[in-house]
Design a protein around this ligand. Structure first.
Ligand SMILES: *[C@@H]1O[C@H](CO)[C@@H](O)[C@H](O)[C@H]1NC(C)=O
Ligand SMILES: *[C@@H]1O[C@H](CO)[C@@H](O)[C@H](O)[C@H]1NC(C)=O
Ligand SMILES: *[C@@H]1O[C@H](CO)[C@@H](O)[C@H](O)[C@H]1NC(C)=O
Ligand SMILES: *[C@@H]1O[C@H](CO)[C@@H](O)[C@H](O)[C@H]1NC(C)=O
Ligand SMILES: *[C@@H]1O[C@H](CO)[C@@H](O)[C@H](O)[C@H]1NC(C)=O
Ligand SMILES: *[C@@H]1O[C@H](CO)[C@@H](O)[C@H](O)[C@H]1NC(C)=O
Ligand SMILES: *[C@@H]1O[C@H](CO)[C@@H](O)[C@H](O)[C@H]1NC(C)=O
Ligand SMILES: *[C@@H]1O[C@H](CO)[C@@H](O)[C@H](O)[C@H]1NC(C)=O
Length: 536
């Protein structure tokens, strides 16, 4: 009920169109090529839910309390040995806009929860399964199947967007007015890639913490994991020490941004030293200290990765320690890194991380299996199409280092006239204290209704609860930029007393700022309200 009420409460819901055709497979057949078929078209009543349950390995949870809609699943043959599926939510009360949402990791499944978040705005929403059926960290499906890799790389998203738009216009017998994209991590990569290969696909994109540099990111993930292995080696740093290092980072770096609040907002200003943690240092805690060898290992996590003398990938940012266990805490590198080399690059499950050497990143770079990387830095055609892009990255992200978005943005800027010249259509926001895609370990404001965010709060969440406007919601801000020309000068991020539960009450809100501007404390005033900060 609440969701339906919002549909009429939001200012942007000017003219709503109703469906022109019944919600049945027959309504879509004439809009599809012979390679595609409708698997199902199901009416969902107002307040209902939709999903595939446990059959959808990465996204088993259904969005609930949906507005009345038609849920469609389409199957598309993409080659003799591959196919992908996509899902569509077609709301009965449609605002004439189209939205595509992304996936995460190597997940093979339709992202129904993010579709649910999108349809509450009144948009028709599409999501692809990316062409395979697996959980996020399982890459075995790629073995010896180059066609599946291409589906994952870009073909499933491109086809789902192209056909999805056709089905939307057939169903309503009306043109789409604006098309949007919202995705983070792999979803961020998918959006950038789609824009790069098809500049007209979207009018506006919200791109979070993108895994854009696949061939470098996944090989770096292995490299950084190997640095801490094997666990029997004297250089190995046990995961129990990560929080000790994180606390020392806060002790040395927190105040550098002008406010001691437990949130490291200016790691670039902090000349962090591991010295106080050395077992040989006076005052060190002898049961939670680092040997010289271990300190070198930790230093290497933060350091940029140079392979065979060339820059390959940036290192982890100071303040990301709360998530280090994901890539650095196991007895083998994460399957995201290892599995990429085994199943994407070499088609050799027997490849073992002990064989890692620095030529692998350049082999991956040259092969780019599946053509996954979104590294077409000259995005002039996207700019000229009139599209707008909002990129953001959490500074406490230890799955995809925040500085990898700096690399992307700076490279695009370098090929398109500099950072200043990007401001008219492409802005990049840093989010202090935000972890990978969602969440915070330090009570930092992280929420602005970005991709995956509503799903983190629940199955029936619309926008930013209590603040459903373009100042607090990245998608509404993007719509205002695209449709009204209101550029996004700042967005207000929110967190709650329980960072994933709005009913616990707002804890603090702060603006996030377009690069190279930074969130800056005014030096006085309540640090929990946005007015005490400005973009500098
Ligand atoms: C995905 O694979 C699992 C078995 O691993 C199966 O139970 C499920 O039905 C499959 N899902 C789809 C959508 O094919
Ligand atoms: C989808 O299409 C592929 C290729 O045409 C086919 O092999 C597969 O069985 C279809 N899937 C479903 C669920 O019908
Ligand atoms: C290593 O870290 C793990 C996870 O934090 C912890 O359970 C274990 O006790 C630690 N081992 C040692 C030797 O400290
Ligand atoms: C950073 O600290 C090191 C010692 O730990 C010192 O040698 C160096 O000069 C410092 N750099 C800056 C910019 O303060
Ligand atoms: C020293 O480290 C141990 C293990 O992490 C911890 O339990 C203890 O509280 C620490 N002592 C001090 C004085 O911080
Ligand atoms: C690096 O590893 C790859 C794969 O294991 C191997 O093909 C290559 O020969 C190695 N290169 C060097 C310089 O050891
Ligand atoms: C890979 O993508 C680039 C654009 O990013 C495109 O020019 C190229 O043709 C693609 N290659 C394949 C094999 O799809
Ligand atoms: C554009 O501006 C008008 C007038 O202020 C407002 O009603 C409308 O909601 C805005 N559209 C978007 C997409 O923000």
């Amino acid at each position: 009920m609440a969701a339906a009420a919002f549909l009429f409460g939001v200012a942007v819901q000017a003219a709503l169109s109703a469906a022109s055709r019944p919600c049945s497979p027959d309504s879509f057949r004439d809009a599809l090529p012979p390679s595609a078929s409708v698997l199902s078209a199901v009416s969902v009543a107002n307040g209902g839910q939709f999903g595939e349950g446990a059959a959808n390995l990465p996204y088993p949870t259904s969005p609930t309390n949906l507005p009345e809609l038609c849920a469609v699943i389409v199957n598309v043959s993409s080659s003799a040995i591959s196919n992908y599926r996509f899902g569509l939510f077609l709301p009965t009360q449609w605002n004439s806009r189209f939205l595509a949402v992304g996936n995460g990791g190597f997940a093979g499944g339709i992202n129904w929860l993010d579709m649910g978040a999108g349809v509450r705005y009144g948009h028709a929403v599409v999501s692809t399964d990316t062409g395979h059926n697996s959980t996020s960290g399982d890459l075995t499906w790629a073995l010896n199947n180059e066609e599946r890799k291409i589906d994952f790389g870009y073909r499933a998203m491109h086809g789902s967007v192209t056909l999805g738009k056709k089905l939307v216009e057939a169903y309503y017998e009306k043109k789409i007015t604006y098309s949007y994209y919202s995705g983070a991590s792999t979803g961020g990569r998918q959006g950038l890639k789609e824009a790069q290969i098809s500049p007209d696909s979207f009018d506006g994109l919200v791109v979070g913490a993108p895994a854009w540099y696949t061939s470098h990111l996944q090989t770096w993930s292995t490299r950084v994991g190997v640095r801490n292995l094997p666990v029997s080696d004297k250089k190995h740093v046990n995961a129990s020490l990560f929080s000790v290092i994180g606390e020392e980072v806060i002790r040395q770096c927190d105040g550098k941004d002008g406010l001691k609040d437990g949130i490291v907002s200016r790691p670039d200003k902090c000349n962090f030293s591991l010295k106080p943690l050395l077992c040989s240092s006076r005052g060190a805690n002898k049961s939670a200290c680092l040997t010289k060898e271990q300190a070198e290992t930790v230093q290497s996590f933060y350091g940029d990765y140079y392979a065979e003398g060339k820059f390959a990938f940036p290192g982890l940012e100071l303040s990301s320690e709360s998530q280090w266990a994901f890539l650095l805490g196991g007895s083998a590198p994460s399957s995201y890194g290892d599995g990429y080399i085994q199943y994407f690059l070499y088609n050799d499950p027997s490849w073992h991380w002990e064989q890692f050497n620095d030529s692998i990143v350049w082999q991956a770079d040259a092969a780019d299996p599946g053509n996954c990387t979104a590294d077409d830095y000259d995005m002039t055609a996207v700019k000229e199409s009139g599209a707008k892009i909002l990129l953001y990255h959490g500074m406490a992200d230890a799955l995809i280092p925040q500085r990898s978005s700096d690399v992307l943005y700076e490279r695009i800027a370098a090929s398109m006239g500099g950072v200043g010249a990007l401001q008219s259509w492409f802005r990049y926001f840093l989010v202090p204290g935000m972890q990978h895609v969602t969440g915070t370990a330090v009570d930092a404001p992280w929420y602005f209704a970005g991709p995956n965010s509503q799903a983190r709060l629940g199955t029936a969440v619309y926008s930013t609860p209590g603040f459903e406007d373009a100042r607090h919601d990245a998608l509404l801000a993007m719509m205002a930029w695209v449709e009204n020309g209101t550029a996004i000068d700042e967005l207000v991020a929110t967190t709650w007393k329980d960072s994933s539960d709005p009913s616990s009450g707002v804890l603090r809100q702060r603006p996030i700022c377009p690069y190279p501007k930074r969130q800056t404390y005014r030096g006085r005033g309540n640090p929990d309200v946005p007015e005490s900060f400005f973009c500098k």
